[in-house]
Design a protein around this ligand. Structure first.
Ligand SMILES: *Cc1c(COP(=O)(O)O)cnc(C)c1O
Length: 362
């Protein structure tokens, strides 16, 4: 390699890509992993055996079904996608965000979401060459309707993303406010229901009631994060277009077979997510009892808490020293000052968090 490689790269790589910092994933080796909203429970042994048998019969020399028809049908049925709506699959919902970006990007077109929110909306918009507009939430993490209306008027976003419940705050936005956003948006609105297994609220039943509403889901948070599978449900007029930019065979055969198998045993996952919901309540109560701690209401499988002023970094490191990895949100956004995000784990993992924070709070 010559000395000129750096100037060659600098010349050809898009400036907005060169300015990015790569998506960081914390090293969790040897730690109780409560940083990434994973389901802490594994599959029962009998289920694993049955799954292994199925994989043994799977031929990986052949390309998978390009449209993953069988899995798509099962997902639509299991998740109660309304009749007449189409479903397309992505390699995680991240890939769906990318497909939407590729389909809608162009001169003068931007993406709008609320902040603090899911960081991938901004990152993937940048990949697709779309400016991103982040509208701050209110102090209580509710939608600031005046600010959203004003930003939509000014920027005319091609697409608006709302996570419902929101990450990293955990709350559900007011349902009527979300409807107002959908009605006022000039373009598409994606309601991202990644945390659907942990709430009873959903916009899926409203698909078809608005011309510009689609709903995105994932199997990651219900307990299949390793498979990388997300889906988008909505009117065929939109989805048929997005399907054109989907890479053929984007869902590999092991994911197709495994996800379909898992959905045949959805009761196992429903039972696990119900346990997580119960634990969320228990953990919230225990954390809220710690001196100086505020726990925000959550409809997801994580809790956002505020430490006493200036303590988030020390508490994060203190938990890590005690073998527990959470996410330090301090510094990410002004509304997240002094905040930690803790994924709800197994009872003994949650006890370790509470025990650790009790020592740190003293
Ligand atoms: C975790 C999460 C996703 C899931 O992404 P996958 O790529 O499907 O794992 C999507 N949206 C939000 C808001 C999330 O928190």
């Amino acid at each position: 390699m010559s000395d000129e490689i750096d100037s060659l790269v600098a010349h050809w790589v898009r400036p907005e890509i060169r300015r990015l910092t790569p998506y960081q994933v914390q090293d969790a080796s040897g730690l109780v992993k409560l940083d990434a909203m994973e389901n802490p429970y594994t599959w029962p042994e009998a289920l694993r055996d049955e799954w292994a048998d199925l994989l043994r019969q799977t031929d990986v020399n052949r390309y998978p079904d390009p449209a993953a028809r069988s899995l798509t049908e099962r997902l639509a049925e299991c998740m109660d996608v309304p009749e007449g709506m189409q479903v397309i699959l992505g390699n995680g919902s991240d890939e769906i965000i990318q497909m939407i970006g590729m389909s809608l990007s162009g001169p003068g077109r931007c993406v709008l979401s609320v902040e603090p929110g899911f960081v991938m909306y901004r990152m993937i918009s940048t990949f697709c060459g779309m400016p991103y507009v982040g509208v701050p939430l209110g102090e209580d993490f509710s939608l600031d309707m005046a600010a959203i209306r004003q930003a939509m008027d000014e920027h005319q976003p091609a697409v608006v993303y709302l996570a419902y419940p929101n990450n990293p705050t955990g709350n559900l936005f007011d349902e009527d406010a979300v409807c107002e956003v959908i009605e006022a948006a000039p373009g598409l609105v994606v309601v991202d229901e990644a945390y659907a297994p942990f709430t009873d609220a959903s916009f899926l039943p409203r698909l078809g009631a608005f011309d510009n509403l689609v709903v995105m889901r994932t199997v990651s948070k219900m307990g299949l994060a390793g498979l990388r599978l997300g889906f988008l449900a909505g009117p065929p007029a939109w989805l048929a277009e997005f399907d054109k930019v989907r890479l053929p065979y984007n869902i590999n055969v092991l994911t197709q077979v495994s996800a379909e198998f898992a959905l045949r045993h959805k009761a196992v996952f429903d039972e696990q997510t119900a346990r997580i919901r119960e634990e969320r309540g228990r953990l919230a109560t225990a954390l809220a009892a710690l001196p100086g701690v505020t726990v925000f209401p959550s409809q997801a499988n994580f809790l956002l808490l505020r430490t006493p002023p200036g303590r988030a970094g020390a508490w994060f490191e203190g938990l890590k020293a005690r073998g527990v990895l959470v996410k330090n949100m301090d510094g990410g956004h002004p509304l997240l000052a002094d905040c930690l995000r803790i994924t709800v784990g197994r009872p003994e993992e949650n006890d370790a968090v509470v025990e650790g924070l009790r020592e740190l709070a003293d």
